[in-house]
Design a binder for this molecule. Structure first.
Ligand code: ADP
Ligand code: ZN
Length: 611
C-alpha cells in the first residue's frame, strides 16, 4: 500500500485531499523536508500519517502531550493503522513490547514524547530500524518566547544530524513570522518547503457583546437557545469565577464541570476525561485548560472575560469546531474587564520593552472587541492575512452595530474627569454627570462644579459604555494604585479641544428572531424532520455504546459529520455506506453492519411509516 490517494480513500474514508495536503505529502514521499503552518482543524495529521504509512519503515512522531498521543493513536487503530506510543504512561513491560514491535517492523507510526526520544536507548533503537520520516508536531514548542516552550524540543535538531537521510516534517498552528523563523533555525529546516495555509476558520462564528450586568444569565440563555446538549468550553479569568459559573450552570440542569489549577490532579483528569468521552459536557475553565484537547465536536467556546491578547483569543476560540461544522466563538465583556486589564498592565513588574509589547497586544484585543466592522477581517489582518470581503459570519457582519457621533458627550465626560482632579472612578463620574449628589460629592464641593448634571440627557448605562470605550481607546487611563481612578491621556486632548470627532459604537442588545435561530440550529446537528432527528439520536446511541465497550471517545468511532451524512443519505447497503465521508475499510468491516442495522430499523419502524 504505497499510493497516498488510495490510503486516503481506503484507510481514512475521505474522497479528496484538502489544500495543501497533497503537496506536503508529495514532498515527503520524494524525501524532502516540510514545514506546515495550518490552523487548528486544517488537517495537519494526515500530512505525516499518510506518508508514514506509504513509505517503507516506521514514521516517528514527536508530540508534546500524552493526551494528544493517546487520542491520535486510538483514532489510527480504529482506522486499522499499526500505531503505538511510547511515553511515561506505559509500564516497563508495555514499553518493551512496543519496542519489540518497532524492531520487527510491525509499526507504521510511533508517537514519542520528546524527552524519551532524545535518550541514547531510543536513538540506538532508531539506528536498528528503517525510519519512514520524523514528524515534529506542535513545532512552536521549540520557541523560547512562545507560551508553550518545551526545552526538550531544542534538542530535536539532533535528529537531523544523526539521520540526515530521513525526511522531516514540522507542523504548527501558530502563525506569526518570528515563531516561524525560530522553528526553521532551531530545527535546521532551512531546506524545507514551507506550506502556509489561510488561518481563517470559516465555520466559526465570532460574536463579541457587551455584558449588561448579568453575565451568567446571558451565558445560560446563549447555551439554552443555541447549544442545548452541545459540548462547549467556557473560559473565565479566576478560579473563583470558574467555580461560580460551573455551579450555576449545573444548578440549571446542565452538565458543567470546573477545571483550574486549584483542583487536584485527579479531579482535573476526571473532568477532562468526561468532557472527551461523554457528549454534551461543558467545561468551565481558566486558561489552564485546552492544549492537547483534540475533541472535534466542541460546538462553542464562550469567554466571560477579555483575553489578554488576540493570539490568546484566537487560540482559545480555535478549539471550537475542529470538525468543520458550524461553531460559535462567543464572548461578553464589560467596563470592569477593560479597567482590570488596564490595571494589571499598569502594575506589571515587567521591563519597559515587555510592557510596551503587552500594551500593544492589549490594545489590539480591545480594538477587536470594540470594532464596528467585520471581526474576521480584523483577526486575519492581525495575522498578516488579507481578506478582501467582510465574512458574513460574525456578529458585526450579521447585525451591523450602529455608531454615533459621541464627540460632545465624550467632551463632557473628559471635562468631568478633569474638573474633579483626575482621581475618581466611573461610578462617581457617572453620578456626577447625572447630577446625583451624594454626601461625598457635597463634601468635595463637586455638586457646585459646572460639569455637575451636564449629562442628564443620557442614561447611566450609556455613560458606562462611553467610559468603557474611552478607556479601551486610550483616551482615559486607569490609576496604578488599583482604585479605578481615571486620568486624562495626551490622546484625549484633540477631542477635548474639538479637533477630533469621536464616533462610538452604540451598545445594543442583539435581537435575533426565533426563525433565524432555528435556521442556524438546522445547519448544525439538529434536524428539522423529527424522523431524521430520531435516526440521528439512534446512531449516536449506537456510537456511544461501541465507543464505551472499547474505552475510546465516541468521535474516534465516527465523527458527527459522518453520522450526519448517514442521516442525510440513508445508506442501505455496505457499498452505499462506504461512500460516506469518514468510513474507511477497517471501520466499514468493524461497524458497517451495526450502523446499517440502525438505519434499516429506523426506515421500517412504524413511527417513520406514520409520517
Ligand atoms: P489539525 O491537526 O490540523 O488540527 P486534524 O488533522 O485533526 O487537524 O484534522 C481535522 C479534521 O479534519 C479531522 O477530523 C480530520 O479527520 C479531518 N480531515 C483531515 N483531512 C481531511 C480530508 N482530506 N478530507 C476530509 N476530512 C479531513
Ligand atoms: Zn464578518
Amino acid at each position: 500500500m504505497s499510493d497516498p490517494l488510495h490510503i486516503l480513500h481506503s484507510v481514512f474514508g475521505y474522497e479528496y485531499f484538502r489544500a495543501p495536503q497533497q503537496e506536503v505529502i508529495d514532498t515527503l514521499m520524494a524525501g524532502g523536508d516540510a514545514l506546515v503552518l495550518m490552523p487548528t482543524g486544517g488537517g495537519k495529521s494526515l500530512c505525516f500519517q499518510i506518508p508514514a504509512i506509504a513509505r517503507a519503515g516506521t514514521g516517528v512522531v514527536v508530540s508534546p502531550l500524552i493526551a494528544l498521543m493517546q487520542d491520535q493513536v486510538a483514532a489510527l487503530k480504529q482506522a486499522g493503522v499499526r500505531a503505538a506510543y511510547l511515553n511515561s504512561s506505559l509500564t516497563g513491560t508495555e514499553a518493551r513490547d512496543i519496542e519489540n514491535r518497532l524492531l520487527r517492523g510491525d509499526l507504521d507510526l510511533l508517537y514519542v514524547a520528546p524527552e524519551r526520544l532524545m535518550t541514547e536507548r531510543m536513538l540506538d533503537l532508531f539506528r536498528r530500524i528503517k525510519i519512514a520520516l520524523f514528524a515534529i508536531d506542535e513545532a512552536h514548542c521549540v520557541s523560547q518566547w512562545g507560551h508553550d516552550f518545551r526545552p526538550e524540543y531544542i534538542q530535536l535538531s539532533v535528529l537531523h544530524k544523526r539521520f540526515p537521510e530521513v525526511p522531516r516534517i514540522a507542523l504548527t498552528a501558530t502563525a506569526d513570522e518570528p515563531t516561524r523563523r525560530e522553528i526553521i533555525a532551531r530545527l535546521q529546516l532551512e531546506n524545507a518547503r514551507v506550506f502556509i495555509s489561510s488561518f481563517d476558520r470559516p465555520n466559526i462564528r465570532y460574536r463579541i457583546a457587551q455584558s449588561s450586568g448579568g453575565a451568567r444569565e446571558q451565558l445560560l440563555r446563549f447555551i439554552r437557545e443555541e447549544h442545548n446538549g452541545d459540548a462547549g468550553i467556557v473560559y473565565c479569568l479566576s478560579r473563583k469565577r470558574v467555580e461560580e459559573v460551573a455551579g450555576s450552570l449545573a444548578s440549571k440542569g446542565l452538565t458543567a464541570l470546573p477545571y483550574h489549577a486549584g483542583l487536584s490532579n485527579e479531579v482535573r483528569a476526571r473532568n477532562q476525561a468526561r468532557f472527551i468521552n461523554e457528549e454534551g459536557v461543558i467545561i468551565v475553565a481558566t486558561i489552564a485548560f485546552g492544549m492537547g484537547i483534540d475533541k472535534p465536536n466542541v460546538r462553542f467556546v464562550a469567554h466571560l472575560n477579555l483575553p489578554k491578547s488576540v493570539e490568546a483569543y484566537y487560540q482559545e476560540t480555535g478549539r471550537a469546531g475542529r470538525d468543520g461544522l458550524p461553531a460559535d466563538a462567543w464572548m461578553i465583556y464589560g467596563l470592569q474587564d477593560v479597567i482590570t486589564l488596564r490595571q494589571m498592565l499598569a502594575q506589571s513588574e515587567a521591563d519597559e520593552t515587555h510592557k510596551r509589547v503587552e500594551q500593544h497586544k492589549l490594545d489590539a484585543m480591545l480594538g477587536l472587541s470594540e470594532l464596528t466592522t467585520c471581526r474576521r477581517q480584523a483577526l486575519l489582518a492581525y495575522f498578516d492575512e488579507h481578506a478582501p470581503e467582510p465574512c458574513g459570519n460574525c456578529d458585526t457582519c450579521l447585525e451591523p452595530p450602529q455608531t454615533w457621533d459621541a464627540t460632545v458627550p465624550a467632551q463632557k465626560a473628559l471635562s468631568c474627569v478633569h474638573r474633579t482632579g483626575q482621581r475618581f472612578g466611573v461610578t462617581y463620574l457617572v453620578e456626577m454627570l447625572l447630577g446625583k449628589a451624594d454626601e461625598r460629592m457635597q463634601r468635595f464641593g463637586h455638586d457646585k462644579l459646572s460639569t455637575f448634571g451636564i449629562g442628564k440627557d443620557i442614561d447611566a448605562n450609556t455613560w458606562r459604555g462611553i467610559f468603557r470605550q474611552l478607556i479601551a481607546r486610550g483616551l482615559l487611563a486607569v490609576d496604578i494604585e488599583g482604585h479605578g481612578g481615571l486620568h486624562l491621556t495626551d490622546a484625549c486632548r484633540a477631542v477635548l479641544r474639538g479637533e477630533r470627532r469621536l464616533w462610538l459604537r452604540r451598545d445594543s442588545k442583539p435581537v435575533k428572531t426565533k426563525k433565524e435561530r432555528a435556521e442556524r440550529a438546522a445547519t448544525r446537528t439538529t434536524f428539522s424532520d423529527p424522523a431524521d432527528q430520531r435516526l440521528w439520536e439512534a446512531l449516536r446511541t449506537r456510537r456511544r455504546e461501541l465507543a464505551a465497550s472499547q474505552g475510546v471517545p465516541p468521535y474516534v468511532v465516527f465523527h458527527d459529520a459522518t453520522l450526519a451524512e448517514m442521516v442525510e443519505r440513508c445508506p442501505r447497503t455496505r457499498a452505499e455506506l462506504a461512500h460516506i465521508s469518514g468510513v474507511g475499510e477497517r471501520k466499514l468491516d468493524a461497524y458497517g453492519e451495526e450502523f446499517l442495522y440502525v438505519i434499516r430499523a429506523h426506515a421500517y419502524s412504524p413511527e417513520s411509516l406514520a409520517e
